[in-house]
Design a protein around this ligand. Structure first.
Ligand SMILES: Nc1ncnc2c1ncn2[C@@H]1O[C@H](COP(=O)(O)OP(=O)(O)OP(=O)(O)O)[C@@H](O)[C@H]1O
Ligand SMILES: O=C(O)c1ccc[n+]([C@@H]2O[C@H](COP(=O)([O-])O)[C@@H](O)[C@H]2O)c1
Length: 197
């Protein structure tokens, strides 16, 4: 079972390609997308309401029979820690082998996450290449080698930050995010232009 955690503000094609590539690489039955509740390492910025991020994730993944979305992180109070995500999913799916999917940037920060060493006991970690982020070999050496795999995926230099800024500047996000997500952003006026003065 793949687990693709993210803030998804908004979800974009970089996330979807990473999940699809890892699903195929490990022949996984399912990839569960898990939008964060309160991403504590993004506490210095405004993050959209969890229900908006959840619904955009549902819209983006709806057509893929192997993709599902879980509310475990948004329904849990307090800051979101992956250790809790993995424990909750393990309780619900006791027989599943969990593969936690990250981009190179997230994997590179993993030792700043709560209970990092224990994370590798609960899941295997898959780090996907991401333009602009290199993985530090020394840091990777601290992860048990049988619990981490690096996967090279087609490079998509897309970030949620860039999508939000484009929308704020009145520039298009078409083809960076799925069509339904473009329409959802417009319908709910997410990421409105900053007032000029
Ligand atoms: N273009 C991409 N290629 C590969 N992995 C990605 C890409 N974009 C995001 N990811 C990975 O997806 C996961 C969720 O990312 P997140 O929702 O924070 O998106 P983001 O684009 O990094 O957001 P932001 O710009 O707001 O920080 C992380 O593990 C991140 O590394
Ligand atoms: O467990 C932690 O302490 C922790 C710290 C930062 C990020 N994460 C997880 O990493 C995933 C990607 O996070 P983000 O903030 O880059 O969207 C998401 O599932 C987060 O819950 C987890």
């Amino acid at each position: 079972m793949g687990v693709m955690g993210g803030t998804f503000d908004p979800i974009h094609h970089g996330h979807l390609v990473a999940a699809s590539e890892v699903q195929s690489w490990f022949d996984l039955d399912e990839v569960i997308f898990v939008p964060t509740g309160a991403p504590w390492q993004k506490a210095d910025r405004e993050v959209s309401d969890a229900e908006h991020r959840y619904l955009m994730t549902v819209i983006a993944t709806a057509a893929n029979p192997r993709f599902t979305v879980s509310r475990v992180d948004i329904d849990r109070d307090g800051p979101t820690f992956t250790i809790d995500t993995l424990r909750d999913l393990q309780t619900r799916l006791p027989d599943a082998d969990l593969y936690f999917i990250t981009g190179a940037d997230a994997l590179g920060n993993i030792f700043t996450w709560r209970d990092a060493p224990e994370l590798f006991e609960l899941a295997r970690f898959v780090g996907c290449t991401r333009p602009g982020y290199e993985l530090d070999e020394e840091m990777l050496a601290d992860i048990p080698s049988e619990r981490v795999t690096l996967v090279e995926i087609p490079a998509l230099a897309i970030s949620s930050t860039d999508c939000r800024q484009r929308k704020q500047r009145g520039e298009p996000v078409w083809y960076l995010v799925p069509d339904g997500v473009v329409q959802y952003i417009a319908k709910h006026d997410l990421y409105p232009a900053e007032p000029t003065s």
